[in-house]
Design a protein around this ligand. Sequence first.
Ligand SMILES: Nc1ncnc2c1ncn2[C@@H]1O[C@H](COP(=O)(O)OP(=O)(O)OP(=O)(O)O)[C@@H](O)[C@H]1O
Length: 268
Amino acid sequence: MLKLFEHDKLDVNNLKPEQIAIEVKQLNLHFGQKQVLEDVNMAIPKNQVTALIGQSGCGKSSLISCFNRMNDLLHDCEVSGQVIISGQDIYHRKQNVATLRTQVGMVFQKPNPFPMSVFDNVSYGLKLQGVNERRKLDDAVEQALRETGLWTEVRDRLFESALTLSGGQQQRMVIARALALKPEILLLDEPTSALDPLATLHIEELLNQLKAQHTVIIVTHNMQQAARVSDYTAFIHQGKVIEYSDSDSLFTMPKQKRTESYITGRYG
Ligand SMILES: Nc1ncnc2c1ncn2[C@@H]1O[C@H](COP(=O)(O)OP(=O)(O)OP(=O)(O)O)[C@@H](O)[C@H]1O
């Protein structure tokens, strides 16, 4: 898999404004009395793959859920601080949340195809946006399926139920459903944990291609996967970002003792 050359590495703790897709400032998140994220400050680079790693319950999913305000849907969740995307704090009261979720797509652990055809799944978001012209929908569906490498596999099955696809195909179709809306940012929460090794490999190869057009952020339990697919990695522990750097440095020369303990399997 083609990764960054040594000289292409960015210093994620010192990015220029034009290199930043998401800037997180003083982000805190509570569920009731429980603090889940504490003073998170980080800038996520544009058109790169960034991985969030850390032991179960450390706050990885909660953090990416802040990037498209999925946490708004949860009872008892309180967020403070700023998440800046395209120069706007997405927690500003004037932010249109539906627009935000178009701009920042999300894919979950378990493939969640809607019980309808492949075509209707992939065109779902566009139709919700009021796109009805058949030609436009056809083109968008084909383009999104090509982007996920699924087109040749499903071109003859577009009007069959998406539930008849394999788990790996369903997950790529769900990614295509997000891509059809042309998001700037794609959030993936453990996208391969329900898949077999071959389907996992397909998704991992796909991530590397997607970054040409999108900023990709992946939560993963699997450190080998993070090292394989990501350009940058943040290690999170008990709601805090402990270390954040290019993935090669973090996995081969971690600066913090806690990062080293985690990546060498001493806990987690
Ligand atoms: N809806 C919720 N209500 C209350 N607490 C929650 C909720 N969602 C998550 N939490 C708590 O927030 C903490 C962080 O959870 P989160 O799912 O972000 O962790 P994670 O690092 O993604 O874990 P995993 O790797 O197991 O998915 C955990 O203690 C969890 O129990």
